[in-house]
Design a protein around this ligand. Structure first.
Ligand SMILES: C[S@@+](CC[C@H](N)C(=O)[O-])C[C@H]1O[C@@H](n2cnc3c(N)ncnc32)[C@H](O)[C@@H]1O
Length: 245
């Protein structure tokens, strides 16, 4: 057996920091390296949890789970996210670390569009199906691509509400110059801001129905927004479905 020598992630992090500090490093390389440095941080969080649960399954068997809730922790739910303050820091692109058929309800909003499609998105939906008990349900909300695209082509001034609700506090505000810029943000929002994970895929109602049906869910229906569970700021411009195993 041959082994390829790989630098440790710590060494790689130091090397990236050194190259980033070089004034001659080009914008293109720096942009890529900053994204790699961010993945290294996420990799460290994930591997700390993986060391605690080497089988890839945690001992707990929570009945209600929120995935990708960020700072919006759901009461009575076990919160899994890449970064604090979740109950478990886990990279969902590596699967869901829960036992088969043990969960009654999964809640997730404004998460799915942040993982790569098809590999991670389809794997996540299959994993959700695996961990849910028979009759278990998963509620999923995403920015509604249908809503944004339905207004194209159109004048930017008619999108005032979208801009004020979604981008008024963002650095990108001054660079939203035509309606197509809003369409672009649907597909790659936050690509300019390393504090967040960017949008990698866009979804509408039809796509949500398709992806959950393909994974074996028996029904996929619209979910009526409930601000007691969902983040109230997601009500406007989002599409939600509830899929049953
Ligand atoms: C836009 S925030 C949404 C937070 C919250 N659901 C809300 O609506 O306010 C996306 C969340 O998904 C999490 N996330 C992105 N990729 C992830 C991954 N691969 N594994 C776990 N969580 C992830 C991020 O850390 C972040 O907390």
């Amino acid at each position: 057996m041959s082994y390829i020598s790989m630098p440790s992630t710590d060494l790689l992090g130091e090397q990236i920091a050194t190259v980033l500090a070089e004034p001659t490093t080009t914008h293109g390389l720096a942009r890529t390296l900053r994204a790699a440095a961010k993945e290294l941080v996420l990799h460290r969080y994930h591997h700390a949890s993986q060391r605690a649960w080497p089988s890839g399954r945690i001992d707990e068997k929570p009945a209600r789970v929120q995935i990708g809730g960020g700072a919006h922790l759901a009461d009575g739910y076990y919160n899994i996210d890449l970064v604090p303050p979740a109950d478990l820091l886990w990279d969902i692109r590596e699967g869901i670390p829960l036992h088969d058929g043990t969960v009654n309800l999964i809640f997730s909003e404004h998460f799915l569009e942040h993982i790569d499609y098809p590999r991670s998105a389809k794997n996540y939906v299959r994993e959700a199906h695996r961990v849910l008990a028979p009759g278990g349900r998963i509620i999923t909300g995403v920015p509604d691509a249908g809503f944004v695209l339905n207004q194209y082509p159109g004048p930017l001034r008619e999108a005032d509400e979208m801009i004020s609700r979604w981008y008024s506090k963002r650095d990108c505000l001054g660079d939203i110059n035509t309606y197509l810029d809003l369409v672009n943000l649907l597909f790659r929002d936050q690509d300019d801001d390393l504090r967040y994970t960017p949008h990698l895929w866009a979804y509408d109602h039809e796509k949500l129905v398709q992806i959950f049906t393909e994974a074996g869910f028996t029904t996929v229906e619209p979910w009526t927004f409930d601000p007691a569970l969902a983040n109230p700021k997601r009500r406007w411009g989002s599409v939600y479905v509830i899929a049953t195993k």
